[in-house]
Write a protein that binds this ligand. Structure first.
Ligand code: PAF
Length: 285
């Protein structure tokens, strides 16, 4: 069932709740791919009813980012959700979510602002305000759907850590489930932004998984010094790669480490054909 209004979603979900159903929410910005479908499948395996939100959230994009050209494929998304047995696709307009005439700044809208430490690192260093926008829309979705479980992908590892922190700090009654990264056979992590890449760009984009796999191999061979591990990456880079960051941090707290351990995660953001791609790997698994 495709729903556009908050009231309709609330009505249906309230009915489910009185019938004792467990409700799962998979928040997405649409342009669904196999990564999203893995979240939906996981939700279906745990919950009686599954809601997928399909909303390109304007307030998580910076002024020079790709909000306007972000792929919008609602018809295909609906077909895919249908095949997976999704109960509701919630596809609101920006007006439904944020009201008419809102200038979407924190002068006019109540924002959820995660702690500085969590947003002033990794993706947050260049995507100013991004995680405020993410947390704000995710909390709104939690309040609208009131799910028992919500499902997020490990590819956005920083996002999941920040959302878990928000849920804990604000006592939101939802359990966050993180699902593994889904990759193409080549190793490229699935992302809606892969659509922007040419065939050659897709090959160049393999550098992300190569760098991360190599770091993990080196760690498994006994190299733990974080600088030494990061150094191993540079030989993979060419002039087609614009590295924004490569970090090895604690997988639960994002704290920096000087020596990697089984609790570490290596994360990177690299631009290929001016498309910003992210990927990560747990060193301990
Ligand atoms: O990960 C995403 O697609 C978005 O950041 C999310 C969680 C749907 C919020 O808009």
């Amino acid at each position: 069932m495709l729903l556009h209004s908050i009231d309709e979603v609330r009505e249906v979900v309230q009915k489910w709740k009185t019938e004792g159903y467990k409700v799962g929410l998979v928040p997405t910005m649409g342009a669904l791919h196999d990564g999203h479908l893995s979240l939906i499948k996981k939700a279906k395996s745990i919950c009686d009813k599954v809601v997928v939100s399909d909303f390109v959230n304007p307030i998580q994009f910076g002024p020079n980012e790709d909000f306007d050209k972000y792929p919008r494929t609602l018809d295909t998304d609906m077909k895919l959700c249908d095949e997976e047995g999704v109960d509701i696709i919630f596809a609101p307009t920006p007006k439904e979510m944020y009201g008419e005439g809102q200038r979407l700044s924190n002068n006019t809208l109540t924002y959820v602002c995660p702690p500085f430490f969590y947003v002033n690192t990794l993706c947050g260093k260049t995507r100013i305000g991004h995680f405020d926008g993410v947390c704000t829309v995710v909390l709104k979705l939690f309040n609208i759907v009131q799910p028992d479980y919500a499902f997020f992908g490990q590819k956005d590892a920083q996002q999941v850590i920040i959302i878990k922190k928000m849920v804990k700090d604000l006592n939101v009654p939802v359990e966050i489930i993180q699902c593994p990264i889904v990759r193409e056979a080549s190793g490229l992590a699935l992302s809606s932004r892969n659509k922007y890449l040419s065939e050659e760009g897709k090959k160049d984009a393999l550098v992300l998984s190569k760098i991360l796999n190599n770091i993990k191999e080196c760690y498994k061979k006994g190299i733990v010094d974080v600088n030494a591990l990061k150094e191993t990456a540079y030989s993979f880079l060419t002039n087609k790669h614009d590295m924004e960051y490569l970090e090895i941090v604690d997988k639960d707290t994002l704290e920096n480490k000087t020596a990697a351990d089984d609790n570490s995660i290596a994360l990177t953001a690299i631009r290929v054909e001016n498309v910003r791609l992210i990927d990560n790997i747990y060193l301990g698994e």
